[in-house]
Design a protein around this ligand. Structure first.
Ligand code: URA
Length: 246
């Protein structure tokens, strides 16, 4: 791949800026200054440094973000802070986008990727990837709420939700497992049962749990094993109680 393209994709810097930088002698390949933007480099083989910083081998990037309250999920500039601003410069990349969305007041696991195929696989309605949320409620739900979730709740606009699992974890505390991602879905399902969600936290997508060592606002790259787990579509194998299994 051309070095200007490699640096642009690896750092999120516009190609024109990279071109100018390379011409100005700001790029090194294996320790040697390169001023030709068309110079060919090989990802994972050549060590490329741009403006004093190493450029990571180019490949699709998959990040885990512990979304804090108050950030919106968008790649566009908005008045409210958006999750993209939490990604540190060395993990930024062109085409990086959230996989699905969480509401502004929802916390927890949000994935971001440059891989459109992975994004599609995890969000497409027909793939039914499971997501687990923990919600605190204003009051306990009626005794038959589990049954409503299991059958498939019908939202006020007539939309029928897929069967889901409601697990009571404590007073006014529930875990909800869904296989789809409709707008405000958890809040609307709980509302149909007569409840009100006060806080909502996503703890898992497919087989991948939010890293307990990642503080709110923290971002890290997924390991190769974690990416493979996501791609495999395997269910989670730990962390939930037996009572949660259907
Ligand atoms: N359901 C909601 O109501 N909100 C979210 O952010 C995610 C799921």
């Amino acid at each position: 791949m051309r070095i200007d393209r490699y640096i642009s994709q690896g750092t999120g810097t516009p190609r024109s800026h990279v071109w100018t930088g390379v011409r100005a002698g700001q790029a090194l390949v294996n320790g040697v200054e390169v001023r030709d933007p068309a110079k060919q480099v090989t990802s994972g083989v050549d060590e490329v440094v741009f403006r004093g910083k190493p450029v990571r081998p180019f490949g699709h990037r998959v990040l885990m973000l512990h979304k804090p309250v108050g950030h919106v999920c968008t790649t566009e500039e908005m008045a409210a802070p958006n999750v993209m601003s939490l990604v540190p410069p060395d993990l930024q990349a062109r085409d990086l986008a959230p996989i699905g969305r969480l509401d502004k007041d929802t916390t927890g696991l949000l994935l971001l990727t440059t891989d459109g195929g992975l994004n599609h696989a995890l969000t497409h309605p027909r793939r039914h990837v499971e997501k687990a949320y923990v919600a605190t409620l204003q009051a306990d739900l009626p005794a038959d709420a589990e049954d409503h979730f299991a059958v498939g709740i019908v939202l006020p606009d007539g939309t029928r939700c897929l069967p889901a699992v409601l697990e009571r974890m404590g007073p006014k505390l529930v875990r909800i497992r869904l296989h789809e991602g409709k707008f405000h879905q958890v809040k609307r399902m709980v509302a149909v049962c007569g409840g009100l969600v006060l806080t909502l936290h996503r703890e898992r997508i497919g087989g991948l749990w939010l890293d307990p060592n990642l503080p709110p606002g923290g971002v890290r790259e997924l390991t190769a094993d974690e990416v493979a787990l996501l791609r495999s579509g395997e269910p989670a194998d730990q962390g939930e109680t037996d009572a949660a299994e259907p």
